[in-house]
Design a protein around this ligand. Structure first.
Ligand code: F0G
Length: 360
């Protein structure tokens, strides 16, 4: 149940995730909060989309694209940067398909420290690259995949005083647990199913940790977890690394997920599953979600694309269930995917021509 606040007593101002949930996160005492007031994202009911999938169940999307840098990465980044800066770190580094880079760059800027981001050459969406540059990070393109870039940043952070802020950093997961807390706080309990995209597998691992912790504390129950990879980058479904991952969902174009084992464990423990969705299914779901007014980047639609297919084939019976889909990043991150085939109607600036075009 949502709590009601009387108009005379406005709620205290929102101060970000560490202020709200810090006591539930395993962060060292030296942690010094660096925040952009991330989190607190809306859980939007999408009944028409549920009806399209056959109906008879409740469906919500948690719109993580409304975080300060446009993706869920800000949850983990506030924790990781706060810990690093509190320890006296002056430089942070990450490998990224784009969103982690933009988030690390923003939080490093907020803290006044240096950020270096390694991205796979030519495979990062425009809005993410622009973000990393705008926030002042040093952007390095690697002639290789995300997995190659991750190996490099792990090696350099072991050799030099540079803090790694990929989700191998345990504090990233601590921060990302808060997504699970928020869902339980809004719904009053965990949903029956949680579906979300899987790339490097940090987020699915963090959500499962968060739901388990909240259940122990508050008896909120546990969801079954449906993780969805892109079919061309589905090592956890195939059971082996993918050397040359390919997908239109560049955010999850990852062949060797760093948290792969933990993700498989989350799926197993929760009696869920990790499945794959094709690029066509992902793009169709991106379009379908936009028709609800929720525009997300392709990767963010993967969870729902997998859910729809699982329901269609009868692998998942949603009847009477409450399902939450994490939609991880904003559509503005990857404008090209939408505009690449755009042929706008061009008219002379005349009323008659406009009438002819739109009233026909
Ligand atoms: N959705 C989006 C929009 C992402 O950017 C990512 C990961 C994921 C889903 C998957 O999350 O890796 O925790 O399983 N992006 C990383 C990055 C890899 O570098 O921005 P995951």
């Amino acid at each position: 149940m949502l709590s009601q606040t009387s108009p005379q007593t406005p709620p205290p101002p929102y101060q970000g995730l560490l202020a709200r949930y810090g006591s539930l996160l395993e962060l060292p005492p030296h942690t010094t909060p660096i925040t952009l007031l991330e989190g607190n994202t809306p859980l939007i009911p999408v009944p028409r989309l549920a009806a399209d999938m056959g109906g008879g169940f409740e469906l919500f999307v948690k719109f993580e694209g409304l975080n300060p840098t446009g993706s869920f990465k800000d949850r983990g980044m506030t924790a990781a940067i706060s810990e690093a800066v509190g320890k006296g770190v002056k430089t942070v580094i990450c490998a990224s398909t784009g969103n982690t880079a933009a988030s690390a760059a923003a939080y490093a800027a907020r803290a006044g420290v240096r950020a270096i981001v390694l991205i796979p050459e030519g495979k990062v969406a425009a809005g993410k690259l622009a973000g990393a540059v705008a926030y002042g990070a040093q952007v390095v393109q690697v002639q290789g995949s995300f997995d190659d870039a991750l190996s490099l940043v792990v090696a350099i952070s072991q050799k030099h005083p540079i803090a790694l802020v990929n989700s191998l950093n345990p504090y990233r997961l601590e921060g990302q647990k808060t997504g699970a807390f928020e869902i339980c706080d809004v719904l009053g309990s965990a949903p029956d199913w949680l579906c979300l995209p899987v790339g490097n597998a940090g987020n699915i691992s963090a959500y499962w940790m968060g739901f388990k912790q909240y259940d122990e504390l508050k008896n909120t129950g546990l969801p079954r977890v449906l993780g969805v990879q892109a079919a061309g980058a589905a090592p956890l479904v195939l059971g082996h690394p993918v050397e040359k991952p390919e997908t239109v969902a560049t955010a999850i174009r990852i062949g060797r997920p760093a948290r792969g084992e933990q993700a498989l464990q989350a799926a197993e423990e929760s009696h869920g599953q990790i499945i794959a969705a094709t690029d066509a299914q992902i793009l169709a779901m991106q379009k379908r979600l936009a028709a609800e007014g929720v525009w997300v980047e392709p990767a963010s639609a993967a969870g729902l694309a997998g859910l729809a297919e699982h329901i269609r084939t009868g692998a998942l019976n949603p009847t009477g269930k409450r399902i939450v889909a994490i939609v991880t990043g904003h559509g503005l991150k990857d404008p090209d995917i939408v505009t690449r085939d755009l042929r706008p109607t061009v008219l002379p600036a005349e009323l008659g021509a406009l009438e002819e075009t739109i009233l026909r």
